[in-house]
Design a protein around this ligand. Structure first.
Ligand code: FAD
Length: 596
């Protein structure tokens, strides 16, 4: 047979993607951060495991994810005998991803069980999120059920009776797929997503259990074995104060199905391989979790942990977006050059690199704070109170931009479903909607300042990282950053001093600025270490660029920056080769001219 090919070799370079790359080994920023946050022993122990997941993420997991997206789950209402069963059937590719996540890599078990994956004792928090970050680069949706399973076990462990803990935690955290029970979180009702106080599902005490009646409008992992749900006990007050937290088992003690109907599965823009349903509860048997008068607060523990998990996943998506764009731009040719050699494409790639390195640093650093907060550190608890909504608010929203830029970097091909970009765009859009939209998180940050008074903890923590070393360039950068710090702290104080609507209006801008300050402080801290240990100014160069891009863009001057050092150092930045001091010096000369 005469076959012809549309692709003419070498005419336009190679059309590359990331298939076959090891997402762990390729990611030098991630490696260097892990080295910083983990003990040497833990890092060495983790390396082969992360390399294994990195390899799978760069190939098998990616393929499974794409196949499962094209084969969404199906809801089967009745069995052959006409009995209502509401079973959800998943494609084998989804089941295989579940095996990889829950069983092979123990990504839920690792937060709850000892000696997971050969780690003696407790698994370090930073390392846990490292696994989630790698996994998310190829599969985002399944991490929602996995995160809910993880956080359901956490909430039960924190608040439930001993009997409930013994019954449910081993199941929710099992690495044996035949034993595993997955979890869900049923909170949103049609009238109350952001405004949870408007929830109307009722709970009636009957003997040793409760019966729930009402509807939930968004129930991801609708086939879960165990769901935690909010409902209002009879005679409880209105608002969030009147909501109790209940555990709903899928099956009753006698093995029959609990009393609820999955009406339909959502036809979603993305995360199509994961089942999100609408459910009607009709005298559904449920059990109270913890203090019935404290249901909302307890549920927020689940939501907070899901928010951090979402930020980690979005950081993973941002990293994947950068890597896809870089690979393509290094292969594809236009105007007689590789795309990566063209100034404006360099700028696009650099922006993605900067977003990726800061997002990854921010989530891993916060994972460390989460760990300390859980050990009882009041300072870290205060920090976590603001960092969790801040990361979710900024990084998840930014992932929309990064995925879209990466799509455009692939030109027309980026828009075609053969490539991963469209899937990444779809997934990124959900990250900023569920578990609190961007606006809701910005408002939460205001509450963190006004009600929980965490402002001092936040700004002190940043100031602590902005200290210069003896290096003259470090000193110049610290001076700029200290001015930025002062200015943003003042802005925050001003916003908090306002009342009502006037306070809400600038909340999103404030959230973004707080994030940038946090991110740049981490960059600067790493830069100082890098200068001392490796005599390289790579991270200091990134710090100076970050200052220019996010703190000095107040007027026309911004675009007139004459420095072209980016074109000289770009390859070094990408390849993690040492960057010389003079590149930073020249850039800082320009930045200081524009200074605050
Ligand atoms: C695919 C998918 C899966 C989901 N899975 C689950 C799940 O498993 N469990 C669950 O409980 N929920 C789930 N959700 C629900 C999700 O958490 C909510 O959709 C989300 O919290 C927003 O609520 P809402 O849809 O009611 O929007 P609304 O609350 O109606 O918000 C609409 C818009 O108004 C804005 N807004 C609302 N209040 C304010 C305010 N005070 N100031 C300024 N702007 C405001 C919001 O930011 C948003 O942009 C899921 C959603 C999706 C899309």
């Amino acid at each position: 047979m005469n076959t012809t090919t549309l692709v003419k070799n070498n005419q336009a370079g190679e059309l590359r993607d990331t298939t076959g790359l090891n997402f762990f080994e390729e990611d030098q920023n991630f490696n260097s951060l892990l080295k910083h946050y983990l003990s040497e022993e833990d890092f060495e122990r983790a390396k082969p495991l992360l390399a294994e997941l990195g390899k799978i993420a760069g190939d098998e997991l990616d393929q499974l994810s794409r196949v499962s997206e094209k084969n969404p789950p199906e809801l089967v209402h009745y069995n052959a005998k006409g009995e209502r069963i509401d079973r959800i059937d998943y494609h084998p590719s989804y089941k295989e991803m579940e095996r990889l996540g829950y069983s092979k890599f123990g990504m839920v078990a690792m937060s709850h069980q000892k000696n997971v994956l050969g780690f003696p004792g407790d698994f370090p928090y930073v390392l846990k999120y490292a696994f989630w970050y790698l996994f998310a680069q190829s599969e985002f949706s399944l991490l929602c059920p996995m995160s809910m399973t993880d956080s359901a076990a956490r909430v039960i462990g924190k608040y439930a009776s001993e009997e409930m803990k013994e019954k449910y935690i081993p199941k929710l955290t099992s690495m044996d797929m035949d034993e595993l029970w997955t979890g869900a979180q049923f909170m949103t009702e049609i009238q109350g997503g952001s405004d949870v106080a408007a929830n109307t599902m009722t709970a009636k005490k009957v003997g040793d259990h409760w019966e729930l009646t009402g509807d939930k409008w968004f129930c991801s992992n609708a086939s879960a074995d165990v769901a935690l749900a909010l409902a209002r006990p009879e005679n409880a007050p209105a608002g969030t104060k009147g909501l109790g937290l209940f555990l709903i088992p899928k099956k009753l003690e006698d093995g029959t199905l609990n009393h609820y109907r999955i009406n339909r599965l959502k036809d979603k823009f993305g995360t199509r391989n994961m089942a999100s349903g609408e459910i009607t509860f009709e005298g559904t048997i449920a059990y109270e979790v913890g203090d019935i008068k404290n249901g909302f607060k307890q549920m927020m523990a689940m939501v907070s942990s899901a928010r951090l998990s979402n930020s980690v996943r979005s950081a993973g998506i941002i990293r994947r977006s950068y890597l896809e764009a870089l690979e393509y731009a290094r292969g594809r040719e236009a105007f007689g050059k590789k795309l990566a050699e063209l100034p404006l494409m360099t700028e696009t790639l650099f922006e993605l690199l900067l977003d990726s390195e800061t997002a990854t640093a921010s989530v891993l650093h916060t994972a460390q704070i989460y760990s300390e907060a859980d050990k009882g550190s009041a300072k870290d608890q205060a920090l976590l109170r603001i960092l969790t909504p801040m990361l979710k608010g900024y990084i998840c929203k930014r992932a929309r931009y990064s995925t879209a830029e990466s799509m455009e970097a692939r030109g027309g091909n980026g828009y075609i479903e053969d490539w991963v970009n469209a899937k990444l765009v779809r997934e990124a859009h959900l990250g900023s909607i569920w578990e609190g939209t961007t606006n809701i998180l910005a408002l939460d940050i205001l509450r963190a300042f006004t009600k929980d008074k965490v402002g001092d903890a936040f700004f002190d923590d940043i100031a602590h990282r902005l200290k210069a070393t003896e290096d003259p360039l470090s000193k110049r950068t610290a001076k700029l950053l200290s001015a930025v710090h002062k200015k943003i702290q003042k802005q925050a104080e001003r916003v908090i001093s306002l009342e009502g609507q006037a306070r809400e209006l600038p909340a999103k801008q404030l959230m973004n600025r707080l994030y940038h300050l946090y991110a740049v402080s981490l960059l600067f801290e790493q830069a100082n270490v890098e200068i001392n240990e490796q005599n390289s100014y790579r991270k200091l160069y990134l710090t100076a660029q970050y200052i220019h891009r996010y703190f000095l863009s107040n007027g026309l001057d911004d675009v007139l920056i004459a420095d072209q050092s980016l074109l000289d150092v770009f390859e070094k930045l990408v390849n993690w080769e040492p960057v010389q001091a003079d590149a930073v010096g020249k850039f800082l000369d320009e930045v200081e001219l524009l200074s605050l």
